[in-house]
Design a protein around this ligand. Structure first.
Ligand SMILES: [Zn+2]
Length: 156
């Protein structure tokens, strides 16, 4: 299988933060190393960990590696509300969206057809653009996480 190795590296590195069991302030940390062998070698070549070859069940993370792992872990796994990104609107789309009364906007977001759920669901709004003269809202289904969209046609 052809897969995105950089992405695997990034997620593996972020999980190393989770399994780091001995922080050495300023000198990295020691982490469990039970991950894909090739990925660990790439992380070694990128300077994030020491050479993973050896019988020890742990690997030493460099300071840069530990800090990067912490950053990536927070990026990928933090449950804090502030990490939820705000929907992105083009300026015209934003203007159009805000011309709609808030009550109706909420209604629109809570009555979106999801093809995967085969029912009306709520949309987690991600972006809004104007296409032709319609406002197109895209996002994910709050129930199943699938892609959903809502087109609001121009009234004039
Ligand atoms: Zn759904």
């Amino acid at each position: 299988m052809n897969y995105d190795k950089d992405k695997v590296d990034e997620l593996t590195l972020s999980l190393l933060y989770l399994v780091a069991h001995e922080r050495r302030e300023g000198c990295g940390a020691v982490a469990w190393k039970g991950f894909d062998w090739e990925t660990m070698n790439r992380l070694y070549n990128k300077g994030y960990i020491s050479n993973p070859v050896g019988k020890s069940k742990s690997v030493v993370m460099t300071e840069a590696g530990f800090l990067k792992a912490k950053e990536l872990f927070e990026k990928h796994f933090s449950a804090d509300a502030k990490t939820v990104s705000l929907p992105k609107f083009t300026s015209f789309a934003k203007k159009r969206w805000h011309q709609i009364p808030e009550m109706i906007r909420k209604d629109l977001m809570n009555n979106v057809w999801c093809g995967r759920c085969r029912s009306e669901t709520s949309m987690q709004l991600r972006e809004g653009v104007l296409e032709q003269r319609s406002l197109v809202l895209r996002g994910t289904c709050k129930r199943c996480g699938g892609e959903v969209a809502r087109v609001i046609e121009s009234e004039d």
